[in-house]
Ligand binder design. Sequence first.
Ligand SMILES: N[C@@H](CCC(=O)N[C@@H](CS)C(=O)NCC(=O)O)C(=O)O
Length: 214
Amino acid sequence: MITVWGRKTSQNVFKVMWLLGELGLEHQRIDAGGRFGGLDTPEFGALNPNRKVPVLRDGDLVLWESHTILRYLAARYGAGTFWPQDPGERALVDRWTDWTATALQPAFMDVFWGYFRTPPEQRDWAFINDGLKRTARLFTLMDEVLARQAWLSGDRLTMGDIPAACTLHRWYSLDLEKPSFPHLEAWYGRLQERPAYREHVMVSFEELRGRLAF
Ligand SMILES: N[C@@H](CCC(=O)N[C@@H](CS)C(=O)NCC(=O)O)C(=O)O
């Protein structure tokens, strides 16, 4: 049985949970991090010396880093669907995972932490607005791609959609004024038709509001 350590409200955790759901894999999730704590114990340190969630265990294999876990699950259990067999096709999928890790997620995290996780009286609006501008620029790029195709890498959902689609839900959940992106919004509609996206990604994260730390 696959085990995942991590709280439901973590974006890096629900990326993994969503893919497990899409693949229909039996699993258990153990609450850790945030209000649950537990990352400082020697047992958790042995699983992940970075003391972060998610951690996944499958048999003897223990993995940390959400995108590494996504690649592993997709390759092992979703070959040919979430993880194309052809190296060229696979690279077209995988680039979105890297792009989200290095471009979209860092820009959006400045907004998420600067706005949502910071108590109102401590917010730095120049910082937040800069993050909003950078995030919107990246969503514009995605909107242009999604004008031509239904999913980021072509005509079906793959592993490459997962990280960006997780950021997207958080973006649309924030009570901030946002530009209109018609193709991105249509993609969000298609994502919401998937039961595993609704179950694992569209979860309340209200407990994180104004909490820079636990
Ligand atoms: N690059 C890592 C980042 C992991 C990370 O920062 N996890 C956060 C949750 S999103 C964490 O463990 N924070 C401490 C906590 O939740 O208590 C990954 O993608 O897995």
